[in-house]
Design a protein around this ligand. Structure first.
Ligand SMILES: [Zn+2]
Length: 245
């Protein structure tokens, strides 16, 4: 599976003269990330979780650590936590920036349909305008850039905490965003993954996407075709594009 690594923020800054708002994480944010990681380490993915996620993805979920979000009705994994450095196989360890990987076939499909409507280009235009011409921008767009910068910092913090807990060296991807964060929107799957994993207030674009796909997917409504413990029943592995970066 090809892994897209995203572009280091530092390089993009120089290329596009991007000005990011001055956002820092609060002590509460830090505690929230630490609590999440402690939970993941205490509740690792079970054999049954891995089995159902394998069927969701149509392949073994390399580097799976835990389950970050489940269907609130049947408990089937919706998002898995993936370690930041994949060690399986004979190749050298591979950095994997997408910590929160959306696995629910129903969610993946609904988000892919939303992506096809062109919403990402529209959001990216708003964010890039706010980042390149901060003095003339609409306050709503400036606000969106602020909250996406915070979403990016939260993502990087949680990934760094996870790397520390697992002993993974992630020097090379420490500030690498996912899905184009913070100034681009390249992959709504990873934004939705963050929103489902971290809850309201973490990623505004993930939340917007969840609102728009509500008719097709919601963590509160069970539409799960594949469920934990259904391994013996005839199940259909649903291919995902594997390109959540
Ligand atoms: Zn369900």
């Amino acid at each position: 599976m090809p892994i897209a690594h995203g572009t280091p923020l530092e390089r993009r800054k120089n290329e596009k003269e991007i000005t990011l708002p001055d956002v820092t994480l609060s002590t509460d944010d830090g505690r929230r990330c630490a609590d999440l990681i402690a939970g993941y380490m205490a509740h690792r993915a079970s054999r049954a979780d891995i089995e159902v996620v394998t069927r969701q993805l149509g392949r073994y979920p390399r580097g799976i650590v835990s389950v970050a979000s489940r269907c609130r009705v049947c408990g089937t994994p919706l998002v898995v936590v993936t370690r930041p450095l994949l060690r399986e196989g004979v190749r050298r360890p591979t950095p994997f920036p997408t910590t929160f990987y959306l696995t629910s076939p129903e969610a993946v499909k609904a988000v892919s349909r939303l992506e096809a409507t062109g919403v990402m280009a529209e959001l990216t235009a708003r964010l890039e305008k706010a980042a390149t011409a901060p003095d003339t921008v609409d306050p709503a767009d400036a606000g969106l850039l602020r909250s996406m910068t915070r979403a990016h910092l939260l993502y990087c913090r949680v990934r760094a905490d996870l790397a520390d807990a697992l002993g993974d060296d992630i020097t090379h991807i420490r500030s690498v965003g996912v899905g184009g964060m913070p100034t681009r929107v390249k992959c709504l799957h990873s934004m939705v993954g963050q929103s489902l994993a971290m809850g309201p207030g973490a990623n505004p674009i993930g939340e917007l996407a969840l609102e728009r796909i509500h008719e097709a997917f919601s963590p509160d409504v069970c539409r799960c075709v594949l469920r934990v413990g259904d391994g013996q029943a005839p199940g259909r592995a649903v291919e995902t594009d594997g390109s959540q970066d």
